[in-house]
Design a protein around this ligand. Structure first.
Ligand SMILES: [Fe+2]
Ligand SMILES: [Fe+2]
Length: 245
């Protein structure tokens, strides 16, 4: 059972379906997962007791269904980064361009009546796409290989280099997360106008899927992968202090 003092990121590590509950209440568990439930709920203007009640109800259902929760802390960093690349990055590589075409299409067709919203969606989406494509290249070509190399050959110099890279990735996560939150805000939580056609509603549905997948993706990096590296930094520091008190 979860309590108001539990931190969002840690709750989702233990119980991944919690991500959906937090998302429903507008609580950011991936980039601001260090906050506890009470703090986050108060900041977002929702009732923390209601969040905990929904969370524990979802947890009870999952336990009854005997769903297996994957414990990533038992896996190698290589397995974790491979999983992120093969699922979440693969999804983005397949999705970003066709979804961008849909976002342009609905602006062309519905811009006359809903230009104010759809121009902002188009602008924000394209910023997100550009930032995310650069971020994926950085992770796949530079930062993840460095993390895997560090795991194979632990070395303090490499660890310093890797943790600097991680801090940059965290900043980029906040930036892409903010763009998705802004798209949700300008669309009034993806509320469709009455004259929306099938393409319009399909595009909003796909944008919401993109948001959900990105939050789960960033959560695995921010709340599982990076804390394991930080724990190694702390361990190195303690060892150095032991040798040179
Ligand atoms: Fe990633
Ligand atoms: Fe990332």
């Amino acid at each position: 059972m979860f309590e108001q003092t539990d931190r969002l990121g840690e709750v989702v590590v233990q119980f991944p379906n919690a991500g959906r509950v937090f998302q429903r209440f507008g609580l950011d568990y991936c980039c601001r997962g260090n906050r506890n439930i009470e703090e986050a709920a108060r900041q977002e203007g929702v009732d923390p007791m209601e969040v905990v009640a929904d969370l524990n109800a979802a947890y009870g259902l999952t336990k009854n269904e005997k769903q297996q929760v994957h414990n990533w802390n038992m896996e190698s960093l290589q397995a974790l980064t491979d999983y992120v690349v093969n699922t979440h990055h693969a999804y983005l590589h397949q999705t970003l361009t066709p979804l961008g075409e849909l976002v342009t299409k609905i602006l062309q067709v519905h811009g006359v009546h809903h230009g104010e919203t759809l121009e902002q969606v188009h602008h924000l989406y394209n910023l997100f796409k550009m930032d995310m494509e650069e971020h994926l290249i950085k992770e796949e070509e530079v930062e993840f290989p460095a993390i895997v190399r560090y795991e194979e050959y632990p070395d303090q110099g490499l660890l310093a280099r890797v943790s600097k890279g991680v801090r940059e990735l965290e900043v980029e996560h906040r930036e892409v997360g903010d763009l998705l939150r802004e798209i949700r805000r300008v669309t009034h939580d993806y509320k469709l106008p009455e004259d929306a056609c099938a393409t319009f509603s399909y595009t909003y549905k796909k944008l919401q899927e993109l948001e959900e997948d990105t939050f789960r993706h960033v959560h695995l990096e921010n709340n599982v992968l990076f804390p394991r590296l930080e724990a190694t930094v702390a361990q190195f520091t303690a060892e150095v202090e032991d040798v040179h008190p």
